[in-house]
Design a binder for this molecule. Structure first.
Ligand code: ATR
Length: 283
């Protein structure tokens, strides 16, 4: 008789609202197939009022229910609050994007920062040999970026934002190596920086983005964007036109998915060109 464990289906999810544009099911289905794992990864649309109920069902851990999943907008903060065992990364950000059941407890982490640095490591090795990084924008997405740059040992991280107060909050939260500036100081702060990260939606809303002059960046500097639709954002286009190396944000999405897959399905997957092409084909 066949061992029933061999055919047991492992279930995982991405939960958010709205969720229909999520590419995560493509990523995890690709890896499941590649490893020959009998599993499912599905997008689940849950509104904020129902999120606590959804998490309660996951915690019940009944046979056939999911072992964990990804959490996206607008539930990342709630996922952190509802977890029994958030790790230090989730704790510091107050937000989780990856959750899983372990010994009856709901664990939570945040892999956005891991995805961000892994993408740069893959596409532009040596990017971290700089003392100065500039992060443009101070919304939810920039937090994980700042945390990961600080944890990577970048000496100075300069955060600029249209609303200065939000940049200040992040500098206070992340400590002495993180500095805040108004958006007007952008050109000045770029001097000698080896990394420029765009986390704003500048130029994405139909309005033309103001011209950014990247000529004061350090030699071999890299400009990256956390947005990946379109692949070449207005800011990346501007940098390319000025001869600066760029790294698009798609790899951040792909790499942030790896630790979750490892937790739920027990194998550490890799990001390859076939997977990149699959996502690009879906855009
Ligand atoms: P997310 O969680 O995706 O980062 P968010 O919290 O709405 O989204 O943050 C969006 C970021 O883009 C913010 O830094 C925002 O600046 P404000 O804090 O001043 O709102 C920035 N942003 C959006 N549109 C912008 C624009 N036209 N010019 C400059 N910054 C802009």
């Amino acid at each position: 008789m066949a061992d029933s464990r061999e055919t047991l289906t492992i279930n995982a999810f991405v939960v958010g609202y709205p969720i229909k544009h999520s590419r995560s099911p493509i990523i995890h289905s690709y890896w499941l197939k590649k490893f020959g794992i009998t599993g499912n990864y599905e997008a689940v649309e849950v509104v904020s009022d129902n999120f606590a109920n959804f998490i309660a069902t996951v915690k019940e851990g009944k046979p056939g229910t999911a072992v964990g999943g990804n959490v996206t907008i607008p539930h990342k903060e709630a996922a952190y609050r509802l977890a029994d065992r958030p790790d230090a990364l989730a704790e510091e950000l107050g937000a989780a994007n990856t959750i899983w059941m372990e010994e009856g407890k709901l664990h939570a982490t945040n892999t956005d920062g891991y995805g961000f640095v892994s993408n740069l490591d893959e596409r532009h090795p040596g990017w971290d040999k700089t003392d100065r990084a500039v992060v443009f924008g101070a919304g939810g997405a920039s937090r994980a970026v700042i945390q990961s740059l600080r944890d990577r040992g970048i000496a100075e991280i300069h955060v600029l934002n249209r609303t200065l107060e939000r940049a200040r909050e992040l500098a206070d939260r992340f400590g002495p190596r993180v500095f805040s500036h108004p958006q007007a100081a952008l050109q000045e702060v770029m001097q000698g920086a080896g990394l420029f990260v765009n986390t704003t939606s500048l130029g994405m809303d139909g309005a033309e983005a103001p011209h950014l002059d990247f000529s004061q960046l350090a030699a071999r500097a890299v400009v990256t964007d956390i947005v990946y639709v379109p692949l070449r954002t207005p800011i990346l286009q501007m940098a390319e036109e000025q001869g600066i190396t760029t790294v698009d944000g798609l790899g951040m999405l792909l790499h942030q998915a790896k630790p979750g897959f490892m937790r739920w399905f027990g194998k550490m997957p890799e990001v390859d060109e076939t997977l990149r092409a699959l996502i690009i084909g879906d855009m």
